[in-house]
Write a protein that binds this ligand. Sequence first.
Ligand SMILES: C[S@@+](CC[C@H](N)C(=O)[O-])C[C@H]1O[C@@H](n2cnc3c(N)ncnc32)[C@H](O)[C@@H]1O
Length: 240
Amino acid sequence: MNDYQIIFQKRATDYHFAMQKFPEARKHEFNNLFSGIHFENNIHLLDVPSGGGYLRNYIPKNTKVTLGDFSEGFAIDEIQLVTPEKLPFESNTFDAVFSLSGMHHLDDVPQFVRECLRVTKTGGSFTFADVKKGTNVDTFLNEFVNTYNSLGHKGDFFNETSFETFADIQSSISNCQYKEYPFLFTTISEMTTFFKLFFGLDKASDSIIHKGIEDILGIKTTSKGIEVNWGLLCFQLKKE
Ligand SMILES: C[S@@+](CC[C@H](N)C(=O)[O-])C[C@H]1O[C@@H](n2cnc3c(N)ncnc32)[C@H](O)[C@@H]1O
């Protein structure tokens, strides 16, 4: 593991607070992750890295889910501390494995993908979504957040050819698509508060945060409130 283990340990409290204070902000992102999944009885899911286990709000209440994170900052109560190089689960355990925005700080992404596929049952799926290289979200994180978060931000992001040289992984990819889904807020003030906490923007004033979001990501005001443009590259892998 790398410096991000320490960085997330420091960022976890504010990140978690943002997610609890504004539970609807990322609802499209989570709902999108689960589109195409059939929540049949007895299904067992894994979410890794799960942060504070936010996906629970988006799946049927009786669904069995195991939560794991790489950072001690998040690994409390039911959330297990796990390492991406060797997940502490038997092979063929889960019907579906999910990973949302959690892979761009890993030292060895292919190893983590192989681990996720190993613990997925034959016939099951591994779905992950992360930042696409060259998008406004890339600029926002690696430039704006990097400038205004005193711990910095340097993510290694993804594109459609990221796994081209890893034949075993590439052959498991059944779908790879860039999906756009806005973050939702009621007011501009809620938006800046969420961004400040969620991205650890301790060096930026509210007006700098507002301007950064507006200039780099783009904001739309609708009858439902404030929408901030966001989007991720979503991969679906099938375990054959
Ligand atoms: C942006 S959060 C995403 C969490 C959750 N999936 C979500 O969507 O809210 C990134 C997560 O990855 C974990 N993580 C990623 N890379 C890490 C690393 N190198 N060291 C420690 N933790 C890491 C963090 O603990 C954090 O929970």
